[in-house]
Design a protein around this ligand. Structure first.
Ligand SMILES: [Zn+2]
Length: 510
């Protein structure tokens, strides 16, 4: 049996350490501490360096106005915001033919801000090269794409056929960028999302669309990116419209963003403040007195409806004679019907209960034969035809017929990108190359800038003023270099925000 004593602890005598031993032990402890500190610092650095972060790559509309394509990546997933065609100069158009730097098969989703071809026109090419995922768009944008994408393909096919006939091409035989069946195939991939309510695409991406007031269905997007539980809010402005315009609603104000991509189409200038109705009446009356025709290159979507609205108003007030108006665009009737269907997307009904888009003596021409017959009209008339930048479409043959006639007028009502026919006319070109021939410019060239579908510089700044706090970084896109620089300086002066002008194909971690 163990005695009680065995449980009693008898303190032993303290060890006799030497001072040298203590110092050595202390030094070892300090060294060990330093090593552990270095290791933990290293681990933190490695963690920070390798921690996955969302990133964005500017695949288009960087340093130029067309080809909008922004690739957003998070947790190994890829979302493409807009999928636009490059338009304008030959150098830019060549990018549509070049292989995309990202394999389209690795993109999971496409999300659209609006239907314009410089935001959607690359979709058939993306699919041809391997994309098979859904294309998210609101109902109006989807319906507009049903008209615009096959039309774009049709123009590509027509151009290729014409190039083959005339022999002015580098491709042998000349090929269209994509065909009508390819464009129709794209339409089967569309999935509708709500016009204004939040929508979850995946655990990584969710979106809240807002009215942009640019064309029917146009939105700016609040994209929430989630990566490893961390959320980043990126606002894509898409294309922003103007304030206080007939038909379209005003752009909705933004409030918050970690990062912002803002369009800069008119970043260097404001639209004139004069009355559209006055200027339009003046041009029409002057040209009619000379006995000429007024050719208005206009996008079939929205600008054509806006013009019809003004023409109807001027005719009703008897400020212009009742001239025949040829709307030479097969899609104009369909688009006008769409405006009536999508009444939540505009404020037309609030203004009038009449048929506001139907001017008197309107001839909607669908067939090529009817379009050609307009060439035989010798009395004063108004011809509205696409494309709006004189880069293709039926307006080319109207211009080939009317440009050499000094009695006639060409009226430009939208943005004219560098390298486009409209840009050349605005800059006083004496000849315009149409169908491979130099056509003399004797007609009068006018511009009504107020009819633009894009916000001017002050309107862009007004929209930016909605933010309650500055975004961490603002990326200016969708503008020519002069406009981009001018808007950057204006934002720096007015709001003192950090602003970056990204380069084509640049990738930035968010
Ligand atoms: Zn647009």
């Amino acid at each position: 049996m163990a005695s009680r004593r065995s449980w009693v602890r008898i303190p032993s005598a303290p060890p006799k350490y030497s001072l040298y031993g203590l110092a050595k032990r202390q030094a070892r402890r300090v060294l060990l501490g330093q090593i552990l500190l270095k290791i933990s610092q290293g681990l933190v650095m490695i963690h920070l360096q390798w921690r996955p972060m969302p990133k964005i790559t500017f695949l288009g509309a960087a340093g130029t106005v067309t080809g909008s394509k922004y690739l957003v990546e998070a947790e190994g997933k890829r979302l493409l915001v807009d999928c636009g065609l490059f338009e304008g100069s030959k150098q830019l158009r060549q990018r549509n033919w070049d292989r995309l730097t990202v394999d389209p098969a690795t993109i999971d989703w496409v999300l659209l801000t609006h239907a314009h071809i410089d935001h959607t026109g690359y979709l058939p090419r993306l699919m041809r090269n391997g994309y098979h995922g859904p294309i998210y768009a609101n109902p109006a944008t989807r319906e507009l794409c049903e008209l615009l994408l096959p039309d774009s393909a049709h123009l590509q096919e027509e151009d290729a056929r014409f190039a083959a006939k005339k022999g002015h091409t580098e491709h042998k035989p000349p090929l269209p960028l994509y065909t009508v069946p390819e464009a129709q195939q794209v339409l089967t991939q569309f999935k509708e999302i709500p016009s204004n309510d939040p929508f979850t695409i995946s655990p990584q991406f969710s979106v809240k669309p807002h009215d942009a007031g640019h064309i029917l269905g146009a939105t700016w997007l609040e994209l929430t990116i989630t990566e490893n539980g961390r959320q980043t809010l990126v606002v894509f402005s898409g294309d922003l419209g103007r304030y206080n315009q007939p038909i379209l609603v005003d752009p909705e104000a933004p409030t918050v963003a970690d990062y912002l991509l803002c369009e800069s189409t008119y970043g260097d200038r404001d639209h004139p403040v004069g009355s559209v109705a006055d200027e339009l009446a003046n041009i029409i009356n002057t040209t009619a007195k000379r006995g000429g025709a007024i050719v208005i290159p206009a996008f079939a979507v929205d600008r054509t409806q806006m013009l019809m609205y003004y023409l109807r108003e001027l005719q009703d007030k008897q400020r212009i004679p009742k001239l025949p108006v040829y709307v030479d665009s097969p899609m104009a009737i369909d688009v006008t019907e769409m405006y009536i269907r999508h009444h939540n997307d505009h404020d037309l009904q609030k203004q009038t209960s009449l048929d506001p888009l139907n001017a008197g003596q309107v001839h909607m021409t669908r067939t090529v034969e009817d379009s050609k017959k307009i060439n035989d009209v010798t009395s004063p008339c108004i011809i509205i035809s696409a494309s709006g930048m004189i880069t293709g479409g039926r307006v080319l043959h109207h211009l080939a017929r009317r440009l050499p006639d000094s009695r006639s007028s060409v009226l430009l009502v939208g943005y004219q990108a560098e390298g486009s026919g409209g840009h050349a006319l605005l800059n006083g070109a004496k000849y315009l190359r149409l169908y491979g021939e130099e056509v003399p410019v004797r007609a009068q060239v006018y511009e009504i800038g107020q009819l633009s579908a894009h916000a001017g510089k002050c309107e862009l700044l007004e929209w930016l003023g909605g933010f309650k706090a500055p975004p961490k970084q603002t990326f200016l896109v969708h503008g020519e270099p002069v406009a981009l620089n001018s808007l950057r300086d204006a934002i720096a002066a007015k709001y003192r925000w950090p602003v970056t002008i990204p380069e084509y194909l640049q990738t930035i971690q968010l």
